[in-house]
Design a protein around this ligand. Structure first.
Ligand code: TXA
Ligand code: MG
Length: 326
């Protein structure tokens, strides 16, 4: 079926199920960002996800399940550490990398022997997952390399013409993608900073966890390429940017944390959290980056965010968004 009109945006589990059962892809809400979901056990649906997203096939998909017990259907050797983390977090912004069972196809894992499993903490999507006899493969519902969507309207603006249905669960409460932890090594290895703070991970798993989010030509989490999460305008990091002249400041947008920029026009400034709250900042990050697209500016200057809690995940995304510009 070719879909040329905009997607239907609604909150019907039954409609979402119908499309998914027809091997269509449907956008779903999660607490982190919206996902572009398809039946993880059907190659036809998985291929469609890659096509709609224009995603390279070397970048594996996360498989969404309705509870931790379901992980046993898709992975071997689920470690005690993974179980401890799930007991502490429950459904939440963590993706568990585990050794995959053959039921997960190489298309989903991009040929890796592992699979990323996650239980998203969103009531509508948990209800959907409970209603389906299969788990949902879902990358973030944005064209590859672009900023992730945190509302149904963001999804519709970019992918609405390519998908039949967007399950509308409101604005995402966390706003940046899940923290990815690899549980197949001797110690847990964090592959992506995200919606669960490292400090919390350390309090549950101990200080020995390793953080390895560096990108190489064959990154462990291939989506963690240097240049990612990029808005279409160049983004400069305040602590790295060359000095701008007064005239240049007139043409820039400013993504501040809690303070405005003294030289950039007020109407071109957006603050992530006027009260300096890192969770609020994460929640606003992608929507603010999108809002700059419609302002008459030539580029975005982004403030340095405190490097703690969710601030680490925010800075990680800003660095990747800036990579093309520096
Ligand atoms: O919060 C999230 O995780 C969102 C929502 C929709 O669940 N999903 C998401 O998916 O961010 P995506 O595809 O945009 O990012 C998934 C990341 C990619 O960097 C991918 O390389 C990595 O997860 N990944 C998936 N499976 C992996 C595996 N077996 N080993 C290492 N990295 C993996
Ligand atoms: Mg993504």
């Amino acid at each position: 079926m070719t879909i040329s009109h905009s997607a239907i945006i609604g909150n019907s589990i039954r409609d979402a199920c119908r499309h998914l059962n027809n091997q269509e892809v449907v956008a779903i809400p999660t607490e982190t960002v919206y996902g572009l979901a398809g039946n993880a056990l059907e190659d036809a649906a998985v291929i469609k996800i890659f096509e709609v997203k224009n995603r390279p096939s070397f970048d594996p998909l996360i498989v969404h399940c309705f509870d931790f017990k379901a992980f046993e259907n898709y992975a071997f050797d689920i470690s005690k550490a993974a179980e401890n983390l799930y007991n502490a977090v429950g459904p939440g912004p963590v993706t568990y990398i585990l050794n995959k069972k053959p039921i997960i196809s190489d298309l989903v894992s991009s040929g890796l022997p592992t699979v990323g499993l996650r239980v998203p903490n969103h009531p509508l999507t948990l209800k959907l997952l409970r209603a389906l006899p299969y788990p949902l493969a879902a990358p973030s519902a944005n064209p590859f390399g672009y900023v992730s969507p945190t509302t149904a309207w963001h999804v519709n603006a970019q992918l609405g013409k390519k998908i039949p249905y967007i399950l509308n669960g409101g604005a995402c409460t966390i706003g940046i993608e899940s923290t990815i932890v690899d549980f197949t090594q001797d110690v847990p290895v964090v592959l992506r900073l995200g919606g669960l703070a490292i400090e919390f991970l350390q309090s549950v798993l101990g200080e020995s966890i390793v953080i390895n989010t560096t990108s190489t030509s064959q990154p462990a989490a291939p989506g963690m390429l240097h240049s990612h999460y990029a808005p279409s305008k160049p983004l400069f990091l305040e602590n790295k940017a060359a000095h701008f002249t007064t005239l240049e400041f007139e043409t820039l947008g400013y993504l501040g944390f809690d303070k405005r920029h003294p030289q950039i026009p007020q109407s071109q400034q957006l603050l992530l959290s006027p009260n300096g709250d890192l969770s609020e900042a994460a929640k606003n990050l992608f929507a603010h980056l999108r809002a700059f697209e419609n302002l008459p500016i030539s580029g975005i200057l982004a403030a340095n965010i405190p490097e703690r809690g969710l601030g680490r995940g925010i800075n990680d995304r800003l660095r990747r968004a800036a990579f093309k510009s520096t």
